[in-house]
Design a protein around this ligand. Structure first.
Ligand code: WTA
Length: 632
């Protein structure tokens, strides 16, 4: 790949300056390194009012041709994908670029045989197995829009996402392996689609080989569908602004939104950021421990690395199975050169001490990354000292599902690093900090609301099926800006530190949940009249969920009632959203207009009891006393 790789800090400064003064020319240059079937007529059209953002309009391409056809001449026999099973004794699976190309084409032809065509939505609900990557790329090959749903979500969440996207097909498996556990998935899918109308077929992959229910007229085995498919599948011609995928994420209101990303801009930006942040060189082995059910997996396991011709590692299991040294065993086994994980994983491994990190040779590592939530200073140092052996640069990648790719981050070994600071914006990214009044804060050493004032190629285009929601959630708080929902601080050198969400979003172990989403789930339980949830600091998960619940009658057995509420949340969202604490309260602190004063609940959950602020405006100030007295 002809590159625009940044190789020194002064070059970064030059590229950055150029990308701000001449954004269109800058991105023209980056985009021209890709394979387009037809070049664009116009680089960028935009306004943040509607909002309307179009990159590389008039161009046609297929993102999988940029992974395969563009890389194959030089990389046919190089590994594209290495898959490590949950069980370390199970043989790994590897695919060269040519093998992966053939598998993707076979799957793409299989999807066509099921009647899937360009523009159809395909829901993918699979564990971390190679077929997940294959299915994603097969959709892209034929122009179907993939909507990957993390396999930890419940049947209800899956059903909501299928309905919202009006998906025609679900791709799933009999079950999944996770540490010592096996879980079935197919039953959840059957339950989910009992409340959907759009699904015509279910494609089922054997992963655990457990018995699972099959409906003959509707369900098809993956291995039967794929076995006689051709390894040749011409790539569908896509417009730059055609939808590539939908990925659901939580905001501060209502149900999760389907964030829409499009073909051209997403391709250009994920490849560019991967190449630079991770300073990719031929022969590098990149391992990102995220799940492909989240944006990090989409952009930095699948698309970014494969577009750049890198070898990408996919891991089915968890960091601590069978031992706390599992990550490092894998790093050593495959000579991983770039490693990316989340602060929550670092903290959970830290809890086992240094010994597990010393059992394996980590000298192959060149750059280590952290993503998904703010990293505390202690974890940052532990990571650099024990994993990076004091010499690997640590890159802290700040970005979001909506941004498609990394926005503010160190560039491995090139830009200065400072613990807990994500660093400088990448070329093309124009962040600003706004004050309460929505004015740009020009001085450094200040905190403000983090917004972005100019478009970049992989930014959210819309929320699927409801453009108004996109406008409301991201473009209406501060007209003219993209609003991130995060608070940040800029230091004297202009480096950014992300402080955390300033809206009603809780980040638990790097997973985003809206407070309203969790409250709606809790309220489904018949015991509950109303509830309010807030986040509070947790030493490993970053944040944990504290739920205040009001019941008609206080249950006799509080523990049983708690269990019932947890079960409801598991059914409605999934185990990943379980509250750590559930307090039964007589009432919630509300203003006279009926608004819940979350600020007070947050302080109580955090234990800041001396500093609850003014409670006199509450409808019934006595509830606060009651909550404080019975605080968990
Ligand atoms: C948070 C994950 C601090 C932030 C890529 C953001 C971070 C939300 C960082 C997006 C980081 C992500 N430092 N906070 N390096 N990365 N966040 O959509 O609050 O799952 O708004 O995307 O995670 O979460 P999402």
């Amino acid at each position: 790949m002809k590159t625009l790789k940044i190789s020194s800090f002064s070059e970064y400064e030059k590229q950055y300056e150029f990308s701000v003064s001449n954004p269109e020319l800058f991105w023209d240059g980056v985009a021209s390194t890709f394979l387009w079937k037809k070049k664009w007529d116009k680089t960028l059209t935009w306004n943040f009012e509607e909002p309307k953002v179009r990159w590389f309009e008039g161009a046609t391409l297929n993102i999988t041709e940029n992974i395969f056809e563009r890389n194959l001449p030089l990389k046919k026999d190089q590994l594209a994908l290495i898959w490590e099973a949950n069980d370390p004794s199970q043989t790994n699976r590897t695919y060269t670029f040519e093998e992966l190309h053939h598998s993707v084409n076979q799957c793409a032809n299989g999807l066509k045989a099921l009647g899937i065509t360009k523009g159809d939505r395909v829901c993918i609900y699979l564990p971390m197995v190679p077929e997940l990557t294959i299915a994603v790329l097969a959709c892209a090959r034929i122009g179907a829009v993939h909507s990957v749903v993390f396999a930890g979500f419940s049947a209800t969440s899956l059903s909501d996402r299928i309905n919202d996207a009006d998906a025609k097909l679900v791709i799933t498996s009999d079950g999944l392996n996770r540490g010592t556990k096996q879980m079935s998935l197919k039953e959840l899918v059957d339950e989910a689609i009992s409340t959907t109308t759009s699904i015509e077929k279910v494609l089922v992959l054997k992963v655990t080989n457990e018995e699972c229910p099959i409906t003959e007229s509707r369900d098809i085995w993956w291995h039967e569908l794929i076995q006689n498919q051709s390894i040749i599948c011409p790539a569908e011609v896509m417009n730059s602004e055609d939808n590539l995928f939908i990925l659901y994420t939580s905001g501060s209101t209502g149900k999760p939104k389907g964030v829409v990303h499009t073909c051209g801009g997403y391709m250009v930006y994920t490849a560019y950021t991967f190449m630079n942040v991770y300073q990719y060189e031929d022969g590098d082995i990149h391992w990102c421990t995220a799940d492909i059910g989240w944006i990090t997996g989409h952009s930095y396991i699948v698309y970014g690395p494969l577009l750049c011709g890198a070898t990408t590692v996919m891991f089915e299991g968890i960091p601590t199975y069978p031992e706390a040294s599992r990550f490092w065993e894998i790093v050593e086994k495959y000579n991983v050169t770039q490693f990316l994980t989340a602060p929550t994983a670092i903290r959970s491994i830290m809890a086992f001490g240094e010994e597990p990190t010393q059992k394996h040779d980590l000298s192959s590592l060149k750059i280590i990354g952290t993503v998904g939530e703010p990293i505390n200073e202690e974890a940052w140092h532990w990571y650099q000292d024990n994993i990076g052996k004091g010499t690997c640069p640590v890159v802290d990648n700040w970005w979001q599902t909506e941004t498609g790719g990394i926005m503010i981050s160190g560039i491995g070994g090139i830009s200065p690093q400072k613990p807990t600071f994500a660093g400088y914006p990448l070329p093309g990214i124009q962040p600003v900090l706004l004050n309460q009044e929505g004015e740009e804060i020009k001085e450094n050493e200040q905190e403000g609301y983090l917004c972005i004032k100019f478009p970049w190629p992989s930014m959210i285009r819309t929320t699927y099926g409801n453009h108004e929601r996109c406008k409301e959630a991201y473009f209406s708080q501060y007209p003219g800006y993209y609003f991130t929902g995060d608070g940040a601080k800029r230091d004297t050198d202009g480096m950014y530190r992300i402080i955390g969400r300033i809206d009603d979003v809780i980040n638990v172990s790097g997973h985003r949940f809206g407070t309203a989403e969790i409250e709606n789930a809790i309220n489904q339980n018949e015991l509950i009249i109303e509830s309010a949830v807030v986040g509070y600091p947790h030493p490993i998960k970053g944040q944990s969920i504290y739920a205040f619940v009001v019941c008609e009658h206080v249950p006799n057995d509080l523990n049983e009632a708690r269990k019932a509420i947890l079960l409801t949340v598991t059914d409605e969202i999934g185990k990943i959203a379980l509250p750590e604490k559930i307090q039964f309260v007589s009432g919630l602190p509300k203003t006279r207009s009926g608004k819940i004063m979350r600020r007070i609940l947050r302080k109580i959950a955090e234990g800041e009891l001396d500093n609850l602020g003014d409670v006199s405006t509450l409808l019934d100030p006595s509830v606060v006393e009651d909550i404080v007295t019975n605080r968990l």
